[in-house]
Design a protein around this ligand. Structure first.
Ligand SMILES: Nc1nc2c(ncn2[C@@H]2O[C@H](COP(=O)(O)OP(=O)(O)OP(=O)(O)O)[C@@H](O)[C@H]2O)c(=O)[nH]1
Ligand SMILES: [Mg+2]
Length: 444
């Protein structure tokens, strides 16, 4: 979502860090660029104005311009201010109470039902036992959708007879949770097309009936500045405790998503990053700021890797890398593991310094290169995978035919692998620094 903004900011800030001493005029020129980048990304104009003013003041107000690392210092100020902008309110996801009641509210199609399922999954990971409540008395299909999701996740769903008023459904849901010893209740409420009086009264009545510890406003980040206006209307009418920004995986410019919190003062608690029930991330302002500024998001990546990877397998892999006994067979396993973590472009954009390569990597995937690599390795015999040095010309031709590809492709993979092996030998031999220098130096 933040690709264009990220690219522009990186270029601008890269210019600053690329020189030695910088002047006040340099800062001003950079701030003009930052301002334009933010506005073009659809960040609320008032938010932009304050942001740029604060950064400028900090950059020229302190003695940093005279130093040799002034460029970096200014970048750090931009980073810290961006974190500050995204850090409004109390981001803790509260679950005290038995059951703890969480109400999901928002406009139609914003992603309430999907986020209810995602949140349920998250809550299970926290060791709690959720019950989902279909609090949409108008459309039976809405309850069906929730039931389907509940079944997929093996989490019970409570639904009341059609026509039961919403506050009553909520009350019954809480009772059902007590009977079933469920300690978290997530209410999936009905959305409306627009913010209207009836919707607000309904939410207020639910609030009185079951006193949710969290009332989360689900906002579709793809809707631009409209999302900011909607959030503001909700905040003024009902006691919202936080935001879930959905569809962050979309291709909207992202500025609205960055503004909502600053304009409303509401904390963003979660990001929805896809249609599947595992596509929910707790929100970390520093990580998003780092991601936008191309500083990577190594922490999210590490967490995701921890969820996806089998620890024992990872240890074995590390051992193999350490002793340089990593084979093509292991590479095949790793390719499959990495693909399980998510789209490769998304993964790479989280690695510091690799942001710029993310698009290229994703394009390679889209061209089917990972699949081709997989096919080539699969076409090898186990002996060949363990020791590619036995790959004679005729074996390579057989493999190419088996994988439905060409001899040069096979040659390229074998060459890449042998280079990787060389690198691993260097790493295991303690020449870590030299090897890493070789790795980054060899990129272009
Ligand atoms: N790409 C993407 N799609 C999402 C995300 N969250 C929800 N969606 C999609 O958005 C559409 C609407 O989601 P729902 O969860 O049904 O929205 P809702 O707010 O419950 O809608 P109503 O009940 O009609 O008010 C569905 O097609 C979802 O798959 C997200 O984070 N990323
Ligand atoms: Mg719904």
């Amino acid at each position: 979502m933040f690709d264009t903004l990220s690219e522009r900011l990186r270029t601008t800030l890269g210019n600053l860090t690329g020189r030695g001493r910088i002047s006040e005029a340099d800062v001003d020129a950079a701030m003009r660029e930052v301002r334009l980048a933010l506005l073009e990304a659809d960040v609320n104009f008032k938010v932009v104005k304050d942001f740029v003013a604060r950064v400028r003041e900090k950059a020229v107000g302190q003695d940093i311009l005279a130093s040799l690392t002034a460029g970096q210092a200014v970048v750090k100020i931009v980073h810290d201010e961006l974190v500050e902008l995204l850090s409004k309110g109390d981001r803790v996801f509260h679950l005290s109470g038995n059951p703890a009641v969480v109400a999901m509210v928002g406009l139609q199609g914003s992603g309430k039902t999907t986020s209810t399922a995602k949140l349920a999954r998250h809550v299970v990971k926290l060791g709690r036992r959720p019950l989902l409540v279909a609090a949409d008395p108008y459309r039976p299909a809405a309850a069906d959708q929730l039931e389907t999701l509940g079944r997929q996740l093996d989490i019970p769903v409570y639904r009341a007879p059609q026509g039961t008023p919403v506050p009553e459904i909520a009350r019954q849901g809480v009772e059902a949770a007590k009977r079933q010893t469920r300690d978290v209740v997530i209410l999936d409420t009905a959305g409306r097309l627009t913010v209207d009086q009836e919707l607000m009264q309904e939410i207020a009545a639910v609030n009185t009936a079951v006193k949710p510890i969290e009332t989360l406003l689900v906002v579709d980040a793809m809707t631009g500045q409209e999302a900011v206006a909607v959030a503001q209307a909700f905040v003024e009418a009902v006691p919202v405790t936080g935001l879930i920004l959905t569809k962050i995986d979309g291709d909207a410019r992202g500025g609205a998503a960055l503004s909502i919190s600053a304009v409303t003062g509401l904390p963003v608690k979660f990001l929805g990053t896809g249609e599947k029930t595992d596509a929910l991330e707790p929100f970390h302002p520093d990580r998003l700021a780092g991601r936008i500024l191309g500083m990577g998001d190594i922490l999210t990546l590490v967490e995701r890797a921890q969820e996806t990877f089998d620890v024992k397998q990872a240890q074995q892999m590390e051992e193999k890398l350490r002793t340089a006994s990593f084979t093509l067979e292991d590479m095949l396993d790793q390719l499959q593991q990495v693909q399980k973590m998510g789209p490769i472009g998304q993964i790479m954009s989280m690695i510091p310094g690799m942001g710029g390569m993310a698009n290229e990597a994703q394009a390679a995937v889209d061209r089917g290169e990972l699949k081709r690599t997989e096919a080539i390795i699969r076409a090898m015999t186990p002996a060949e995978r363990r020791d590619p040095t036995i790959l004679t010309g005729s074996r390579r031709r057989r493999i190419a035919a088996g994988a439905g590809t060409t001899l040069p492709e096979v040659n390229r993979l074998v060459k890449q692998f042998s280079e990787m092996q060389k690198l691993m030998k260097q790493l295991s031999g303690g020449g870590r620094r030299a090897a890493l220098a070789g790795l980054t130096g060899g990129r272009h």
